[in-house]
Design a protein around this ligand. Sequence first.
Ligand code: GCU
Length: 658
Amino acid sequence: MTIPELSGVHPAWLPPEAFRAIGSRRTLVLGDDVLADTVRAEVAHACARYGGTLHDDRDGAYDLVLALDSEAGVGPEGFVLSRHDGATTVVAGGPAGLLYGLFEVVRRGETAFGADLPAEAHRPALRRRMLDHWDNIDVHPVMGQVERGYAGGSIFWREGGPRDLTRVRAYGRLLAACGINAVAVNNVNVHATEARLLTDRLGEVAAIADELRPYGIRVHLSVNFASPVALGGLATADPLDDGVRAWWARTTERVYATIPDFGGYVVKADSEGQPGPFAYGRDHADGANMLADALAPFGGVVHWRAFVYDHRQDWRDRSTDRARAAYDHFAPLDGRFRDNAIVQVKNGPIDFQVREPVSPVIAAMPDTRLAVELQVTQEYTGQQKHVCYLAPMWREVLGFRPWGPDGRTVADVATELVAVSNVGDDPYWTGHPLAQANLYAFGRLAWAPGLDPADLLDEWIGLTFPVAGDPGRLRRILHEIMDGSWRTYERYTAPLGVGFMVRPGHHYGPDVDGYEYTPWGTYHFADRDGVGVDRTRATGTGFTGQYPKPWSDVYESPAKCPDELLLFFHHVPYGHVLHDGTTVIQHIYDTHFAGAEQAAAMRDRWEKAAGDVPPELHARVRELLDEQVRSAREWRDQINTYFFRKSGAADAHGRRIY
Ligand code: GCU
């Protein structure tokens, strides 16, 4: 096992310097398994650079000991970290714990070898911490190679075939270092070419699995529900048909014969044109259970997405509410899913907007395994042209208590956390170099949902920019730019939770009415008197009733509803007064002026970091900040002008509105 070193690719949070503290010490690694071998290879690699030594027997004194103890009481992925008598010790519950323990020591650097540390137990809060790639093999005529990808082409495929996978090994290494343990390799919209990854192109998936296995990452595959017809030549894909069930059983058996540690299937069914069980009069439990049954003998799971809604809706029909759809389809099925069928729910009821309430499905399925799905790729949050550090949003989602202050959190309810990846073959992995922080923070939050986003940013900065001229200054500048960037983005885009004022199709930049009279179900209903969607039980779509108390009442009441979600739940007059005393229309003006100014201030701050990061990286971020400033102004002016024209209300501060 050799540690991948790539030229021309940014090392992200694992530059050689991140291993300095380990690499200069005497380290003992005990354990035999592919992951223990990886740990040994990592240590040896670091020692070759920094002069330390790697050992495999207990005689002697060591600075660092990594060993296994299945009785450690921290589960197979956990570890206990301690330091006394000059030795730092990682006792892991299983081989994966060794790897995660190693990366914890990497994160701490010299401090791991400083003061004594009483035993600290670490184990992941969520058992599966997964990235979904929306990668295609072919370049799709509309969506490109990576659907909603903003970082170049796929790291798995190029020109219709598999590519050199050295980089995939390096990717696995980065993911393991932030705690991710599963990857789905292909787009949830499974087109004809990619559907064949399940059958005659399975070798390509196996090759990816080989690269990721040494870093403890299992590979999953998005499959097309209609595969028995399209690939198997059957007349139906009915999930209750014996022939169909036998086809999936046989096909799955072949998958496991090729990839024994294969993770399972991801399915987008009856959603945005993808085939599904509805065509046969069956429901989503029937569909998911059929695949769960095929996977069960091998320990695999199916991630069945709850992103099901009518995308051919009539905008004149005020009774249909896209926000309601996932709950209406899935909540009645609670208790019917197999143990290895995981219902995968987007964090909000609509679609990864900059601000949404937490999906009510998460509280509605106590007898179902749930994965919460986040979007690390910045489809609706600046497309990796804008700085938008998303950890503060995810932290809010994971810490949300659907049953009120004494109840459990979203992180307690979910068994897994999944995110749509933001990675491509771009030299910085993520297009915008600062978007790396989102990927890093996602993995860390999936491991420990209570972590503070500012601390995570600190970790990421410390690892990623080890040789900066003045680390204190760079750290300060990056915090100033990134800590509040999600809220800044929110300020200059769609206001108060109303969402979707983006250009249809590619979803970049403002277009207030772009989706207003379309079939997609994403409306704001602005007229001359007011704006927002009435989702109350009293007079609206009744969506508020999908929440348990206290939220069903909080959201129902315009007086109690949190300001930032007001227009998600209520249609209010422009003169409606928010909790902070401003009117809705004045809030729109104020936040849009402020957001655009804050974007400009980010750019100014970045100038001061010129000497602290590599010049090419500095230049790339500067260019992107120019675009962010331009785009934020465009948002400001379109939104403000639109609402000024609709409402006729003057800005209280007399600023220029066009
Ligand atoms: C969004 C996105 C699509 C994607 C879909 C999904 O609607 O725009 O590209 O396919 O989400 O999550 O399935």
